[in-house]
Design a protein around this ligand. Structure first.
Ligand SMILES: C[S@@+](CC[C@H](N)C(=O)[O-])C[C@H]1O[C@@H](n2cnc3c(N)ncnc32)[C@H](O)[C@@H]1O
Length: 299
């Protein structure tokens, strides 16, 4: 009898097109997590890489952009949860992100949404609980919004998602979220227009992996133009990927201090707020009572 313990078989994951890109971001978080002084510790990503049957070497040695994005977004959502511990955090295009486990305060609700073929993969490694729920849908299909409690403060996260949409679709999505979730906040990232064009030309390459077309881009210095998309949309923070992480970038970190270079080559991490209509302020834990007094909202 063979008494040797055999490793469990690896999971086959058949994803193509945009969904396949989730394996790249997972890999990059896993590579970073294995460093001695990581930007982000993501042990679950490390374990998932071991369990999935896929040639991750095609993504090269690992890039720090995705761990940086995850860390900055964790910080923005974490701050929101300090003011709204019972909020709903909705992760659009969640892929195999572990954010809902990293930032769980024991009280918030988490909705993790992605396309059906991706949620089928995610269900092999993550479970729904009384506070964590997965939704299989397109972010562009407004029907998923009915599943979000409009009475609870909400934070929407779209990491590595919006660039894959047509500009008009991004505009419609943001406009709908502003209208339906006044007082909510959102974190998303954008790529520069130059990189968007390269992807449309089939030339956006990361090691041996060609990125799918990314039709929507906006340059760092034009991000404030998003505020013209809706009168109640405010940009509250924006960062390029080097801010706070300059040493890890080496020379690029210093070149990014030169505005024309930053605008041309750097993506931007953006934090927006959907202001409530006048008289209904629910911004950042502060709302107006019927008698006009400011109330701090710790719901
Ligand atoms: C680059 S991956 C990012 C995954 C994850 N957010 C992360 O940071 O690791 C892009 C994700 O967007 C998802 N996606 C693409 N189109 C989508 C859509 N219309 N609705 C929801 N998710 C979508 C893909 O399936 C994939 O999981």
């Amino acid at each position: 009898m063979n008494t040797e313990m055999s490793a469990p078989p690896k999971a086959t994951v058949d994803l193509k097109g945009v969904p396949e890109t989730l394996l790249m971001t997972l890999y990059n978080r896993s590579v970073e997590s294995q460093r001695g002084d990581p930007i982000l510790r993501d042990e679950k990503a490390e374990r998932l890489i071991e369990r999935i049957d896929y040639d991750f070497t095609r993504f090269g040695e690992g890039r720090i952009t995705h761990p940086i994005r995850a860390t900055v977004f964790d910080g923005w959502v974490g701050d929101f949860l300090v003011h709204h511990p019972n909020a709903t955090v909705v992760n659009l295009g969640v892929g195999l992100s572990t954010q809902s486990e990293r930032i769980d305060n024991g009280r918030a609700r988490f909705v993790d949404l992605d396309l059906p073929e991706v949620i089928a993969v995610r269900r092999r490694f993550f479970e729904d609980t009384d506070r964590h729920r997965m939704i299989a849908a397109s972010a562009l299909d407004e029907a998923w919004m009915d599943a979000i409690d409009p009475e609870r403060p909400a934070f929407f996260v779209a990491a590595g998602l919006l660039m894959f949409f047509e500009p008009d679709d991004v505009r419609t999505l943001l406009g709908t979220l502003v209208e339906r979730f006044p007082g909510a906040e959102m974190a998303f990232d954008v790529i520069p227009t130059r990189f968007s064009q390269r992807s449309l030309d089939g030339k956006a390459q990361i090691a041996d992996f060609t990125l799918p077309p990314m039709p929507w881009g906006i340059d760092y210095h034009r991000v404030s133009e998003l505020e013209t998309w809706h009168p109640r949309l405010s940009v509250v923070d924006k960062r390029d990927y080097t801010q706070g992480f300059r040493r890890r970038w080496g020379l690029i970190g210093w070149l990014a201090l030169i505005p024309p270079l930053r605008n041309l080559f750097m993506g931007t991490l953006i934090h927006v707020r959907f202001r409530a209509p006048d008289g209904q302020r629910r911004d950042r834990g502060v709302s107006l009572r019927a008698d006009g007094l400011v109330r701090h909202d710790h719901s």
